[in-house]
Design a binder for this molecule. Structure first.
Ligand code: HEC
Length: 130
């Protein structure tokens, strides 16, 4: 079993390397939203925002995005909840949508809704988000 799995891993690695020049440009840093106990929010930001809004992100837009808003820690998130809610909730049609439509990683509607609900409750820093 272990052999089969590592072979599959190598094959995937080779395919990944072919697509690498593009993917590398958008690589998120290893950690975003430090101190956030609600894991779905950490995962959401790590996947969808960190390449541009967290320290060490490698997206081409990182420097500009990071200057405007950073999401390194829970305190960063809390300081910007209103503006984040406006860009994550696609029912608010008055502002920008984040991530930008051209970004590689895009949250599903269900993922957006889960974060919007947490934001609307004031983003409590608890494991269950309540
Ligand atoms: C591909 C890079 C990229 C990704 C990914 C990204 N952003 Fe942004 N973001 C930017 C840039 C660049 C700006 C600066 C404003 C602009 O150019 O529109 C910005 C601005 C913002 C602002 C300020 C908006 C305003 O109108 O002033 C917020 C809030 C924001 N982003 C939240 C997020 C959230 C939350 C995520 C993840 C769901 C995210 N962004 C993902 C690039 C990104």
């Amino acid at each position: 079993m272990i052999t089969v799995r590592s072979c599959a891993g190598l094959a995937l690695g080779a395919v990944g390397a072919l697509a690498m020049s593009h993917a590398a440009a958008a690589r998120p840093p290893s950690q975003a939203m430090r101190g956030t106990l609600y894991a779905p929010a950490r995962a959401f930001v790590q996947k969808n925002c960190a390449a541009c809004h967290s320290q060490g992100g490698t997206n081409g837009q990182h420097d500009r995005a990071y200057r405007i808003m950073r999401l390194d820690t829970y305190a960063d998130w809390l300081a910007s909840t209103k503006i984040i809610l406006a860009v994550v909730d696609t029912r608010h049609l008055d502002g920008k949508v984040m991530p930008p439509p051209k970004a590689t990683a895009q949250p599903s509607d269900a993922e957006r809704l889960r974060i919007v609900e947490w934001l609307e409750r004031g983003s409590p820093n608890t494991a269950d988000g309540k």
